[in-house]
Design a protein around this ligand. Structure first.
Ligand code: ATR
Length: 510
């Protein structure tokens, strides 16, 4: 288990102390980021450890190392020297640690630290890359006795993240801190224990303070969502693959909550990825046992699987994978998740006689089309890329068209149920309303697979026109419960039960 460190990024000492109070019972130590303080307070931090009442790391991070300190090295030296001066016999009144970069060597300061028990964290930051000379850098960081080496580098792809994780596993065990910064490095924040890191750093984001380094989480999320206080080297890893917006997904709260309730030592971690192959490399390096696959890799992942369920083969989209002895097995839990959620929303057993429009023809739409088709609905598929609409529609004997007013007559015919499956309107995705050219008449039942925001512009407009509406949250819950069954077996806990659906769509009752 790694200790949780809160990096304080206040402009004043008072602001830092207020943030510390807010998180005191959650964190094990704090890092005073002097570089974030107003210049006039940067020389006044000597008493901070006494005021904090928790072990404190002293850090004055230069801009070139991902900090915001712009003054010269002379000023930095004076700040550090002053903060460590007049060491007291009661160690709690001194800084417990000082973070000194690998080009900062001032024997007088280092001797003072050794005499008065302030541990040196010897750090190297690279905000742009994983340096080619990583072995030499690491060797240098580890050279002095008693230091804690800290390496914070930036993987620029999923493949680079994979190589960083693999490299970390070759290192001899010792006190250390290894961090991948930025989007691709995000999982390393949560995998601190797996990477053998002594501390995992976080930022007081929910106190409205800036992120101390790219990819930091708030301690609340760390603990309540990612179970950081329970995760050890042995904790099983399950992953979420997707584009860069996945760090906002609600699936980590669902799966990690369920693992906790079921007493399963596992953690579910988002891996923002640049390709399905890169994602697989990164999770294989991490030793993950399974993963959820989302936008935009549900199709790209299929050729990389060793085997796939018949659903995956028939519809051509995979949203769940499980590690076997020899490779990855693919499943599609969107189908059952969507089906259950849709039938509950409509209050029906089947969809015979329902004329439905499906907006989108991507991986998620393939599951929707399969559900419409196997439940007896007739359908129309509208998509920006007409070729994809045609190919999906032909598979199910549906009609197809473009997502614009040329499809107005068709959608008017197929408007008992309208399902939106594109990423348009998703938080962090393309903004807008894909059907802005269509006026709802209020009798349509309208389903949007997006659940964040709770109501997209499209769903909001439908609701304002009097339509019954449903977002994708119940679908997320149902498909996630099935993922639990695939990954760990047994009855999924109640964490996966969605809130009661909104009132049923009256016009569509059987
Ligand atoms: P998912 O797995 O969520 O379905 P996907 O397979 O990448 O993700 O599919 C994304 C869907 O959103 C597609 O239907 C895509 O339309 P194209 O097939 O024309 O690419 C649709 N989509 C994404 N961005 C869009 C935009 N800005 N406008 C309209 N449609 C969009």
């Amino acid at each position: 288990m790694s200790a949780i460190c809160l990096s304080l990024t206040g402009k004043t000492i008072a602001e830092d102390l207020a943030a510390l109070e807010r998180y005191r019972d959650k964190v094990d130590l704090v890092e005073l980021r002097v570089d974030w303080l107003n210049p006039e307070e940067q020389f006044l931090v000597r008493n901070f450890p006494s005021l904090a009442g928790l072990p404190v790391i002293l850090t004055v991070r230069r801009r070139s190392d991902c900090g915001v300190f712009d003054e010269g090295e002379g000023v930095r030296l004076v700040i550090i020297a002053k903060a460590l001066s007049y060491a007291r016999s009661d160690n709690r009144a001194n800084f417990a640690y000082v973070d000194l970069e690998d080009d900062f060597h001032v024997p007088a300061i280092e001797d003072t630290c050794r005499i008065f028990g302030t541990r040196i964290i010897r750090s190297h930051h690279d905000p742009d890359r994983i340096p080619a000379s990583i072995d030499r850098i690491w060797g240098d960081l580890c050279q002095e006795p008693g230091v804690i080496p800290k390496l914070a580098v930036t993987p620029r792809s999923s493949a680079e993240l994979a190589s960083l994780i693999t490299w970390t596993k070759t290192l001899a065990p010792r006190e250390r801190i290894i961090v991948g910064m930025g989007d691709f490095g995000y999982p390393t924040r949560i995998m601190a224990a797996h990477l053998g890191s002594t501390f995992s750093y976080s930022s007081p984001l929910q106190a409205g303070m800036p992120m101390a380094a790219p990819g930091h989480l708030d301690p609340d999320n760390f603990i309540s969502i990612y179970r950081e206080k329970e995760v050890t080297r042995k904790t099983a890893i399950y992953a979420l693959a997707g584009g860069r917006s996945i760090t906002g997904s609600r699936s980590p709260a669902l799966h990690n909550g369920a693992f906790r309730s079921a007493g399963i030592d596992a953690v579910y971690i988002p891996f923002p990825s640049d390709s399905a192959a890169g994602f697989l490399a990164a999770i294989e390096a991490s030793g993950a046992r399974g993963a959820a696959v989302t936008v935009p890799y549900k199709e790209e992942i299929i050729p990389l699987l060793e085997s796939a369920s018949s659903d995956v083969e028939v519809i051509g989209a995979c949203n769940t994978i499980k590690r076997t002895a020899t490779g990855w097995e693919g499943f599609n839990t969107d189908i059952n998740g969507f089906e259950r959620s849709l039938l509950e929303f409509l209050g029906r057993q089947r969809l015979d006689g329902v004329r439905a429009t499906l907006v989108g023809a991507g991986g998620a739409a393939k599951a929707v089309a399969a559900v419409l088709s196997r439940n007896g609905a007739s359908g129309l598929i509208l998509n920006r890329s007409i070729a994809k609409a045609r190919s999906l529609a032909q598979k199910h004997g549906f009609l197809w068209g473009p997502v614009d007013d040329r499809s107005l007559d068709l959608i008017t015919e197929y408007s008992d149920l309208i399902i939106q499956s594109t990423s348009v309107g998703m938080a962090g995705g393309s903004p807008g309303d894909p059907l802005e050219w269509y006026d709802f008449n209020g009798r349509e039942a309208v389903f949007d697979l997006i659940y964040k925001p709770e109501r997209t512009q499209f769903l909001e407009r439908a609701a304002r026109s009097g339509c019954r509406v449903c977002n994708g949250y119940a679908m997320l819950c149902y498909q996630a419960a099935e993922q639990f069954r695939i990954w760990v077996g047994g009855q999924p806990p109640a964490d996966y039960d969605p809130p009661q659906p909104e009132a049923q769509a009256p016009g569509l009752k059987e």
